[in-house]
Ligand binder design. Structure first.
Ligand code: DOR
Ligand code: ZN
Length: 446
């Protein structure tokens, strides 16, 4: 039995174009993409949704999330955090390996796949993590089973540091999978922490976090990653680049060495510690307004190719203390699309570019098959966004288990109205329609 749903009277944003049209879903796939206000599909639809002029975008692919399962399920789990994703128009998430156990082996990966199959509301893929000793294991991984290899070149939550140059070179020499790095130089951070503790005591104020996890720490580590990727021919995507200076290390000619920018670094600066304290403590730390503005400008260039969230939920009770004691990371996945559309309103980027950075390029970077575009035959991962529908972020709207957001109190002009995952209407006007309806493992064209 074919079931067809027509979404009509929409403004489609896809592959650089913004146009009035309609889209026909057949079961799990996009059957037709239609141009023109009155375009009619060749097949009759069982159900018609009148978008009434709302935007229709490909579902967002967030290539940087921490779902927290297994091991940290008091902070979040696959069901709660993917519900947050769906409510934010995010239809695919790529999850990081700093769980317990760490995703360093094929067995750990299989365990996550099984959990996601049972619990993830949206589509999913997993990174395998690198360690100082697992290059051999990584070389045996089937590249179609993981989205990429995550390398912590600076330790963060979960302590997964790869700090031996030989180990790093072995990992960078592996071919066939994108390497995604967290770049912060540990030696620089340790020195800065020691100096801060000497000056301010054992737990310096949170504002010191950006001095401790400094711009210099980022620069040194990213410089090493880029240099090594040039030497080894690595497909390198540097995660959450947070400073203006790091951007200078990249070259538009080196198409295989690219950067991700994450939402915290686009919307917060060090000035926000006064108001938000440890809520915005993350690694890499938020930086100066100059850095934020350079990152915003870079959204329109050739270096930054994806925008992720680094969705990293923690309980507020774990956020007590200062630069040394409070945990790092903030929940973000539910509000990244409305927040980025706010930057569109501010003139920072066009909506077509947003779709490229959050939908098309994530699919391209990780070679995800049949997703990330409004194309006939592709999976019907879709989001309907209503502009001019202002709302205020209040805790009752939050799906993440931790139940707080650093963006609380913000007013957004765009509202995520509907999210379709594989053709299924999973989020509709403020409600997850079925917390037991699961997404799929994404597949990779490699
Ligand atoms: O702030 C962060 N939080 N940065 C990371 O690299 C890890 C993340 C987490 O897992 O909490
Ligand atoms: Zn992260």
């Amino acid at each position: 039995m074919h079931k067809r749903t027509l979404i009509k009277n929409a403004v489609l944003v896809n592959e650089g174009e913004v146009y009035e049209g309609a889209l026909l879903i057949q079961n799990h796939h996009i059957e037709q993409v239609l141009r023109g206000r009155d375009a009619m599909p060749t097949q009759p639809a069982d159900q018609v949704i009148d978008a009434q002029g709302a935007y229709l975008l490909p579902g967002v692919i967030d290539t940087h999330v921490h779902l927290r399962e297994p091991g940290y399920t008091h902070k979040g789990d696959m069901r709660t955090e993917t519900a947050a994703a769906a409510a934010g128009g995010v239809t695919t998430v790529l999850d990081m390996p700093n769980t317990v156990p760490q995703t360093l082996t094929f067995e750990a990966l299989e365990e996550k796949m099984a959990l996601a199959k049972a619990k993830s509301l949206v589509n999913y893929g997993f990174y395998i993590g690198a360690s100082n000793t697992n290059a051999e294991e990584l070389s045996k991984i089937n590249p179609r089973h993981v989205c990429g290899i995550k390398v912590f070149m600076g330790s963060s939550t979960g302590n997964m540091l790869v700090d031996q140059e030989e180990a790093l070179r072995k990992v960078f020499s592996l071919q066939g999978l994108p390497i995604v790095t967290h770049c912060e130089d540990s030696v620089t951070i340790a020195e800065n922490m020691q100096a801060a503790k000497a000056a301010y005591g054992y737990d310096p104020e949170v504002a010191q976090h950006s001095e401790i996890r400094s711009a210099e720490a980022c620069y040194r580590s990213t410089a090493l990653a880029v240099k090594m990727a040039r030497e080894c021919g690595t497909r390198l995507h540097v995660a959450h680049v947070s400073t203006a200076k790091e951007l200078e290390l990249f070259s538009a000619e080196d198409k295989h060495i690219t950067a991700e920018v994450c939402l915290p670094h686009l919307v917060f600066t060090t000035a926000d510690y006064a108001r938000l304290g440890t809520r915005i403590k993350c690694n890499p730390a938020v930086k100066s307004a100059t850095d934020r503005d350079a990152l915003r400008t870079a959204l329109n260039g050739d270096i930054v190719t994806t925008v992720g969230t680094d969705h990293a939920p923690h309980l507020l009770s774990e956020k007590v203390g200062g630069a040394a004691r409070a945990v790092s990371g903030m929940p973000m996945v539910q509000f990244s699309l409305p927040a980025m559309l706010g930057l569109v309103d501010e003139g920072v980027l066009s909506i077509a570019r947003l779709v490229q950075l959050m939908c098309h390029n994530p699919a391209e970077t990780f070679q995800i098959e049949n997703r990330g575009y409004l194309r006939e035959g592709y999976k019907a991962d879709l989001v309907v966004v209503r502009p001019d529908s202002p709302w205020t972020l209040t805790p009752n709207l939050i799906e993440s288990k931790c139940n707080w957001s650093p963006l609380e109190g913000r007013v957004f002009r765009h509202r995520v109205e509907k999210t379709f995952v594989n053709g299924y209407l999973l989020y509709n006007n403020g409600h997850i329609t079925d917390y037991d309806h699961t997404g799929e493992a994404v597949t990779y064209d490699r």
